[in-house]
Design a protein around this ligand. Structure first.
Ligand SMILES: [Zn+2]
Ligand SMILES: [Zn+2]
Length: 122
């Protein structure tokens, strides 16, 4: 089966039922579902961003060993960064106020998404 929206090939799930293997259709396309979740989480950030953008509270940053720049972690969805990158549980965390110095140390794509949200909020 092929997802009609993004054309990802969807696997069938096979389960034993009544002593025989039966094939079940995928309940949802995982690619589309993840995109929708991400879009929703990005909108949700707006509720919590004002004090972060005002520099009144720390933002949660995360980065793998050896990285030069920080990713911004999504609030409420700690497994992904603003840029969409998957965040490993083994990554390091830092909590810092947003200022010009920090902006220069952020993942460019994360910063782009942050500024886009800021624009949408104003
Ligand atoms: Zn899809
Ligand atoms: Zn990033």
């Amino acid at each position: 089966m092929i997802c009609p929206v993004c054309h990802t090939g969807l696997e069938w799930t096979t389960r034993m039922e009544g002593g025989q293997h039966r094939r079940f259709n995928a309940l949802a396309c995982p690619v589309c579902l993840q995109q929708k979740s991400r879009a929703f989480y990005l909108q949700l950030q707006k509720e919590y961003l004002p004090p972060v953008l005002a520099g009144e509270t720390d933002m949660t940053l995360t980065y793998p060993a050896g990285a030069r720049r920080y990713h911004i972690r999504l609030m409420g969805e700690p497994t992904h960064a603003f840029c969409g990158e998957a965040v490993s549980r083994n990554w390091f965390k830092r909590y810092l106020r947003l200022d010009d110095q920090l902006r220069a140390q952020l993942c460019p794509r994360c910063l782009e998404v942050l500024d886009q949200l800021r624009q949408e909020m104003s």
